[in-house]
Design a protein around this ligand. Structure first.
Ligand code: ZN
Length: 258
């Protein structure tokens, strides 16, 4: 399975910055998990192939690229972009984003070939198929209804936490997985902002360390994602100080294969 965290911003030379402002993971060049930078950073080949977008939750940094992605492709789509999300997220998108005020309600619009956007609701805890992948959604602990996923291609499984604070359900499900090659786990804030992390339902390096004690797949590779860009250097330093084997930062733009 191939996975790439798309870039969010670019440095003064136009190269992708290591800082992650937005969240969008492309799997096997054809399925997006979250759509933060989807319209802005997907390659031409990815834009051609991605017709399934799976959302963890409706926060802006996870959905910002979705309206623009559909807009950019509007005339050329010969099948609708399928947006997989829990009902609460779909209601939020329809009410607060695709409401004609912020952006057009694409779910009601058609091009010459038919519908351009279609919702595929799933319930928290449900398993479902997207292209060649099998996804299991898992409830996590964030400020709004949010899910993490175990994504399997039949050979390899990869888990993504999305945004979360401390949680038990996620670890319970992961500990039952037999083929887990990699775990992508959030760590948004540095330790000195633990209070802010707590009210906004995120992790810090120290709370991440305590969470990982619940994870019994010691051979699994662990990658840190969703670090707030303003605190990246501090969080990276504190994660290095944890000296946890197999724990590293997921690099923006790099294609990982497990
Ligand atoms: Zn969030």
């Amino acid at each position: 399975m191939k996975l790439q965290l798309l870039p969010s911003t670019f440095d003064e030379n136009g190269a992708a910055s290591a800082r992650q402002h937005l969240s969008c993971f492309v799997i096997d060049e054809c399925v997006a998990i979250d759509a933060g930078s989807l319209a802005m950073a997907a390659s031409a080949a990815q834009k051609k192939q991605i017709r399934d977008v799976v959302l963890t939750h409706a926060h802006l940094d996870h959905i910002a690229g979705l309206p623009l992605f559909i807009d950019d492709l509007f005339a050329t789509l010969d099948a609708p972009v399928r947006v997989h999300a829990v009902p609460h997220v779909i209601e939020t998108l329809e009410r607060d984003v695709f409401n004609w005020e912020i952006y057009p309600r694409f779910s009601e619009l058609e091009n010459a070939n038919g519908a351009v956007m279609k919702y595929q609701p799933f319930e928290i805890g449900q398993e479902f198929s997207v292209k060649h992948l099998r996804l299991k959604s898992i409830s996590v602990n964030h400020k709004v209804p949010s899910v993490g996923f175990v994504v399997s291609d039949g050979k390899t499984s990869v888990a993504l936490s999305g945004d979360t604070a401390k949680t038990d359900e996620f670890w319970k499900i992961l500990n039952q997985e037999t083929n887990l090659s990699a775990l992508l786990i959030e760590c948004a804030f540095p330790d000195e902002l633990e209070e802010l992390a707590e009210v906004s339902h995120h992790l810090t390096p120290q709370t991440l360390r305590r969470e990982l004690e619940k994870f019994n797949r010691k051979e699994c590779l662990i990658y840190v994602i969703n670090i707030k860009p303003m605190y990246r250097d501090e969080v990276v330093r504190q994660i290095e100080e944890l000296k946890i084997e197999n724990l590293q930062i997921l690099e923006v733009g790099q294609i990982y294969e497990w």
